[in-house]
Ligand binder design. Structure first.
Ligand SMILES: Nc1ncnc2c1ncn2[C@@H]1O[C@H](COP(=O)(O)OP(=O)(O)OP(=O)(O)O)[C@@H](O)[C@H]1O
Ligand SMILES: [Mg+2]
Length: 334
C-alpha cells in the first residue's frame, strides 16, 4: 500500500521560512482552490498572509464571494488573511508610459530625431509585455514585504516558468546593454572637452532593473523561501503536464515542493451497487494513482477528494486540507 511520506503540512513545518508559494498545473485542476486553501491555512497559523492573483483572468473574488479587485482586501470571516486581484491594465498603462520615457531618452541620447510612438507600440503590443507586467507586479509585492506569506494564484504554469526564466534572460541582456552603453559613454567623454561625467538616466535604470531582477531571482530560487506545488488529477493529461513542468523547473533551479492530487473519488462512498459510470471512474483513477505513486514517489503531499459541490467560500476552503482525507487509500475497494 502506498502512502504520503511527507504531507503538505509536514513540508511547510520543515520549511519555516517559506514565504512565496505557487501552484502550477493544467487548466481547471484546482490551482486557485489550492492557493485559497493554503493561504487560509497559513493565516490560521497566525501568519499575515496575502493571497494574490497576478493572472489577468482573475478568480479570487469568485472563489471568496467578495470583491478583492484592485487592492489587498481583508477576507471576511478570517483573521490574518488578505486577498488581492492585481489590476493588470493599470500596470500595463504605467509600464507603457515608462517605456515611452526610456525610448525618448534613448532617441535623444543617440541623437535620432523621430517620434517614440512607433517604437513604443512595437514594444508593448507584444504578448510577452503583459507577462512581464504581471511579473513586475509580483516582484513589487514581494519587495514591499508587508506580509509573512504570499500565496500566488498564477497564470497557467508555462507562463510562470517563462516569467522566471525571463529574469535570467533579462539580466544577460541588461549586462550586454550596460557594456555597450558604458563603452559609448566613455567614448563620448573622451571626445568632449568637459571632463564632467554625463548624466545617464537610461544607464541608471538598466542597473537598477538588473539588480531588481537579480534579487527577485534569488528569492524565487531559494528553496527555503519559495515552493512551487503542482496540482494534478488522477488522469493522463494533467499528469503529463506536471511531469513536463517539473522537469523544466528543475532545469531552471526553481524549487519544487511536491505534488497534490485533487478530485479523488472517495472509495468509501462507492457501494457495490453504485452506477457503472462511477465504478469505471474509480477504476480509471486507481490506475493513474498507481502511476502517480510510481513516478512522484516521496513527493505526493496531499490527496484531496472530489467534493459533492464546487469549492467556494471560506467555509468550504477550510475543508480542503482536512487531514482525514489522507486515509483515502485505506478504504476497501467496492
Ligand atoms: N476537490 C474538488 N472537488 C470538487 N470541485 C473542485 C475540487 N477542486 C476544485 N474544484 C472546482 O473545480 C473548478 C476548477 O477549480 P480551480 O478554479 O481551482 O482550477 P484552476 O486550476 O485554478 O483553473 P484555471 O486553470 O482556470 O485557473 C472550480 O469550480 C472548483 O470549485
Ligand atoms: Mg485558477
Amino acid at each position: 500500500m502506498h502512502d504520503i511520506q511527507e504531507s503538505l503540512t509536514d513540508y511547510i513545518q520543515k520549511h519555516p521560512s517559506l514565504k512565496y508559494i505557487f501552484y502550477g498545473g493544467k487548466g481547471g485542476v484546482g490551482k486557485t482552490v489550492m492557493a485559497g486553501a493554503s493561504a487560509l491555512w497559513f493565516a490560521g497559523q497566525g501568519r499575515r498572509t496575502l493571497l494574490a492573483s497576478t493572472n489577468p483572468v482573475h478568480s479570487l473574488s469568485g472563489l471568496l464571494g467578495q470583491d478583492v479587485y484592485g487592492k489587498p482586501t481583508a477576507v471576511n470571516g478570517t483573521s490574518n488573511l488578505w486577498a488581492y486581484e492585481i489590476d493588470t491594465h493599470e500596470t500595463i498603462g504605467r509600464l507603457k508610459l515608462d517605456i515611452k520615457q526610456k525610448i525618448q531618452w534613448f532617441l535623444k541620447f543617440a541623437e535620432i530625431s523621430t517620434q517614440a510612438d512607433a517604437f513604443v507600440e512595437s514594444a508593448t503590443m507584444n504578448p510577452a509585455f503583459e507577462e512581464s507586467a504581471m511579473f513586475e507586479n509580483m516582484v513589487d509585492l514581494m519587495f514591499k514585504d508587508e506580509y509573512d506569506v504570499y500565496v500566488f494564484d498564477t497564470a497557467p504554469t508555462a507562463n510562470a516558468r517563462r516569467l522566471l526564466g525571463m529574469s535570467k534572460v533579462y539580466s544577460l541582456w541588461v549586462n550586454k546593454m550596460l557594456k555597450s552603453r558604458g563603452e559609448a559613454q566613455s567614448l563620448r567623454q573622451l571626445l568632449s572637452f568637459t571632463k564632467k561625467k554625463e548624466e545617464d538616466p537610461l544607464m541608471d535604470y538598466l542597473v537598477s532593473f538588473r539588480d531588481r531582477m537579480g534579487h527577485a531571482r534569488e528569492l524565487l530560487t531559494d528553496p527555503e523561501k519559495t515552493s512551487f506545488f503542482f496540482v494534478t488529477l488522477p488522469e493522463a493529461l494533467p499528469i503529463a503536464v506536471i511531469k513536463r513542468f517539473i522537469n523544466w523547473f528543475h532545469d531552471f533551479g526553481i524549487p519544487v515542493g511536491g505534488v497534490i492530487v485533487n478530485m479523488l473519488i472517495q472509495k468509501a462512498q462507492v457501494q457495490p451497487g453504485a452506477p457503472e459510470f462511477v465504478k469505471n471512474r474509480v477504476k480509471m483513477q486507481q490506475s493513474y494513482m498507481d502511476e502517480i505513486w510510481r513516478d512522484f514517489d516521496g513527493s505526493v503531499r496531499a490527496l484531496i477528494p472530489l467534493f459533492d459541490n464546487e469549492v467556494r467560500g471560506v467555509e468550504s476552503l477550510s475543508r480542503v486540507f482536512d487531514q482525514n482525507w489522507q486515509n483515502w487509500d485505506q478504504v476497501a475497494q467496492p
